[in-house]
Design a protein around this ligand. Structure first.
Ligand code: GTP
Ligand code: MG
Length: 213
């Protein structure tokens, strides 16, 4: 840590995955969250993209969220095991206007849980995002059903989001980070996962032609 005067300040680097079917809005959610931007234009992600969000969590805690934006088409590839490595949290996104993307949520969650775990063997905290809620006003009219689905599939919670209208994006991220921090007490960035994540990026860059940082 630079300088002795801030010895009480803790910095964390968390790797967070954003996964889900093609075109559900993963890149848009990240762009909204990190850059406060939205575009109607769809350009499919190839492989994986990265974004960094720095959060002044409180007066003593700085959190760097390294967001791994994984292309929807990657569920059928063989790189997800590499991409998921050392992740400490995940968003699984579906599009409320396309039922098939919700049906694929359990497949993504299963892929996630089978390939990455916390050091204690528990699944990494995951939050379900029902995106594009601006398009269907009464889309999730059965929230009990969604609550039950989350319990069954092991999501901590679900949020209706809109990257377009900036609905619930910050709230969902805050919720996930709270849960990651709760799992990560006493492991500040410099001493723990910082170096490992750096190595991971190098691994991915070497193994995936599509990676960019
Ligand atoms: P892949 O990279 O192919 O996996 O897709 P993706 O999940 O990253 O989707 P992307 O963010 O590229 O969004 C796909 C399309 O949905 C784009 O045309 C976006 O403008 C649109 N979109 C994303 N989020 C929203 C939203 O909240 N509301 C509306 N109306 N459109 C959205
Ligand atoms: Mg994308």
């Amino acid at each position: 840590m630079a300088g002795g005067s801030v010895s009480e300040c803790k910095e964390y680097l968390f790797k967070v995955l954003v996964i889900g079917e093609l075109g559900v809005g993963k890149t848009s959610i990240i762009k909204r969250y990190v850059h406060q931007l939205f575009s109607q234009h769809y350009r499919a992600t190839i492989g994986v993209d990265f974004a960094l969000k720095v959060i002044n969590w409180d007066s003593k805690t700085l959190v760097r969220l390294q967001l791994w934006d994984i292309a929807g088409q990657e569920r059928f590839g063989n790189m997800t095991r590499v991409y998921y490595k050392e992740a400490v949290g995940a968003f699984v996104v579906f599009d409320v206007t396309r039922g098939a993307t919700f049906e694929a949520v359990s497949k993504w969650k299963h892929d996630l849980d089978s390939k990455v775990k916390l050091a204690n063997g528990n699944p990494i905290p995951a939050v379900l995002l029902a995106n594009k809620c601006d398009q269907k006003k009464d889309s999730i009219n059965n929230s009990t059903l969604m609550d039950n689905f989350c319990k069954e599939t092991g999501f901590l919670a679900w949020f209706e989001t809109s990257a377009k209208d900036n609905i619930n994006v910050d709230e969902a991220a805050r919720f996930l980070v709270e849960n990651i921090l709760a799992n990560d007490k006493g492991l500040p960035y410099e001493e723990s996962n910082g170096d490992r994540i750096k190595l991971d990026q190098e691994t991915v860059a070497a193994e995936s032609k599509a990676g960019c940082c």
